[in-house]
Design a protein around this ligand. Structure first.
Ligand code: ZN
Length: 589
């Protein structure tokens, strides 16, 4: 029995009032007809995110990626060109010149994927920031842009990526996250991992993509994707070995000439590593020192969690099977902090978030869940001022309220746990974690100097689940084993309540791409009903045996529970009143 059926009547009423979205299986994305989607691919929209599936050899994966996400690729490249110009004074032509030096250090499979993305995007008319048709050098420069920025920075350049420094203004921060595991810390003992991406608000919705890649070699990858990249760009991944990786960025360490760029190392790690140790080895092997970061890691096979802290030449690994690890752009390892020339303790700008994550985890010891992760990412408390402060210092980054320059802060949130990670599934929300919208017009009224033409409103979506896509076979027979001529099957996502309709004819339906998750499948044919709960974590089949007057649907079951609870309450009150009257009558005047 699912927990939803045991929930209090009040919550049941709320659930009955909520009308979940109904989508047909295999629905096409916004504006994209099924005919536009290449064979072997899938494209749909849910809760302000695009969901795509790619498979095959590297060139095919790249080309289909370029075709499916063309519009978002153009926006993403333009956003990163904007950052390069503001932060480094680099023109896009200079980014392209810098990028070609990395090409020899890109393995053939990723070279072919990059060329494929360029070819696919060009076929859809995508232009680079200079107005030329996009080519492989544009896609390379875009993928390697963090490597380029790191190479042009010097160690000790504190909070290097922003133009305003040491002038007393608050500097933008980059990403919040934590991972916790073990019976002492999480409610079910399995790990919980959460992370939110912070970037300028002219990037969305280029980063609002969930991408399921089945490469011809290595692990399957389910990642949040910045359209046009061969790595995530938003730094949230789970692979088919049950390894989750999410990142918060650090400052600048030593650069290593001729090393493998960061974008290649992270893609390589998620594609070929199955354990925390293998991930560490992939990230350190032939490093160019770029993109110093904390990688939050969770292994669904062992339930061990870790944070790999990468400086340029220094690194550290914290790991636990019963504890929690925070991450928020704060270098916790002394060697790494020294290499980057960043202070530790309260002198560091990210200290308020660092202490807040720890306070919240300590307060919820033994009770950490996915819901706790959502709450933490939407938290507005500022430890520095000891009060609510919707700023860049709170975990729910509202940098638009307090930082100089263009609006910058959290623009999505992701949370998973051990069982979801094992089937390549995640909870995610587009926009600020707390759900507050960012409206350009309102922002312009107070900060007209921060508005650029590429800004657009960032309207938070609901929390929703996303998962890798698998073939699903549904069969419906009657109690004698005879195929049912036609039946309507509704799959209800046990986490976010989304309903998917599958029409069965001649006893069977095949759905090519069905998201991983936990579902209740309910089949109806005339008055006959069947219901079964299934966790979809790979190619799956659902067998439903319908019976006349069979089990009621989940909604009817909930309505029944509410009715029973209401009748019980009325009866209890009636008995109480009757007894009191009886006592009064016996006591007399
Ligand atoms: Zn918020």
């Amino acid at each position: 029995m699912m927990s939803a059926f045991r929930t209090a009547p009040v919550l049941l009423c709320a659930l009955l009032l909520a009308v979940p979205a109904v989508m047909p299986a295999d629905a096409g994305g916004d504006g994209a007809s099924r005919a536009d989607v290449p064979a072997g691919c899938y494209l749909s929209e849910k809760a302000n995110f695009t969901l795509i599936h790619l498979e095959g050899d590297p060139a095919t994966i790249g080309r289909n990626h370029g075709v499916l996400l063309a519009e978002k690729i153009q926006r993403g490249i333009a956003a990163y060109a904007h950052c390069s110009s503001d932060w480094y004074g680099l023109t896009w032509a200079q980014c392209r010149k810098n990028a070609v030096f990395y090409w020899p250090n890109v393995p053939a499979e990723y070279q072919q994927e990059i060329e494929g993305i360029a070819e696919g995007a060009a076929s859809q008319g995508v232009l680079n920031p200079d107005g030329a048709t996009v080519d492989w050098i544009d896609i390379l420069a875009y993928n390697a842009v963090w490597d380029i920025w790191w190479r042009l920075s010097l160690p000790g350049n504190k909070f290097w990526w922003f133009p305003f420094r040491d002038d007393g203004t608050e500097r933008p921060h980059h990403c919040s996250g934590f991972v916790a595991t073990g019976k002492g810390w999480t409610r079910d003992g399995g790990f919980v991992l959460a992370q939110s991406l912070w970037m300028p608000y002219f990037l969305p919705p280029a980063q609002a993509v969930w991408c399921d890649i089945v490469p011809s070699q290595g692990n399957r990858i389910f990642m949040q994707l910045t359209a046009g990249m061969v790595w995530s760009g938003t730094e949230y991944y789970v692979n088919s070995a049950g390894l989750v990786a999410a990142e918060t960025t650090l400052g600048v360490g030593a650069h290593v000439w001729g090393g493998t760029p960061a974008f290649v190392r992270i893609r390589r790690a998620i594609q070929y590593a199955s354990t925390i140790d293998e991930f560490r080895d992939q990230m350190l092997q032939d490093t160019n020192g770029a993109y110093c970061s904390d990688y939050l890691l969770g292994d669904a096979k062992t339930n061990e969690v870790a944070v790999l802290e990468l400086g340029g030449r220094t690194w550290a690994l914290a790991r636990t099977s019963d504890g929690y690890l925070p991450s928020c752009n704060y270098p916790w390892d002394t060697k790494v902090a020294d290499e980057m020339g960043e202070p530790q303790g309260a002198a560091h700008g990210c200290w308020p978030r660092w202490t807040r994550i720890q306070d919240l985890c300590e307060q919820n010891k033994g009770n950490i869940t996915v819901e706790f992760g959502k709450m933490l990412l939407g938290d507005h408390y500022d430890s520095a001022s000891a009060g609510i402060n919707r700023s860049g210092r709170s975990l729910c980054g509202h940098g638009e309220n307090t930082t100089s320059g263009y609006p910058h802060g959290s623009q999505d949130a992701k949370v998973t746990n051990q069982s979801m990670a094992a089937r390549m599934q995640v909870w995610a929300r587009f926009g600020h974690s707390c759900g507050e919208p960012y409206i350009v017009e309102e922002h312009a009224a107070a900060h007209s100097n921060q508005i650029t033409p590429d800004l657009q409103d960032m309207i938070a979506g609901p929390w929703a689940t996303f998962g890798a896509l698998n073939p699903l076979q549904v069969s419906v027979v009657d109690q004698n084993g005879v195929k049912v001529g036609s039946a309507r099957v509704v799959a209800r996502d046990e986490y976010d309540g989304t309903l998917t309709v599958i029409n069965v004819t001649d006893g069977k339906a095949l759905v090519d791409y069905f998201p991983a998750g936990r579902y209740t499948f309910t089949a109806r044919s005339g008055n006959a009903v069947a219901k079964v709960q299934v966790a979809v974590s790979g190619p799956s089949s659902v067998d439903l045996v319908i019976t006349e007057g069979g089990q009621p649907s989940p909604v009817l079951a909930m309505q029944g529970a509410v009715l029973v609870a209401a009748v019980a309450l009325v009866a209890a009150v009636a008995v109480l009143v009757w007894r009191r009257r009886g006592r009064k009558a016996r006591a007399g005047p």
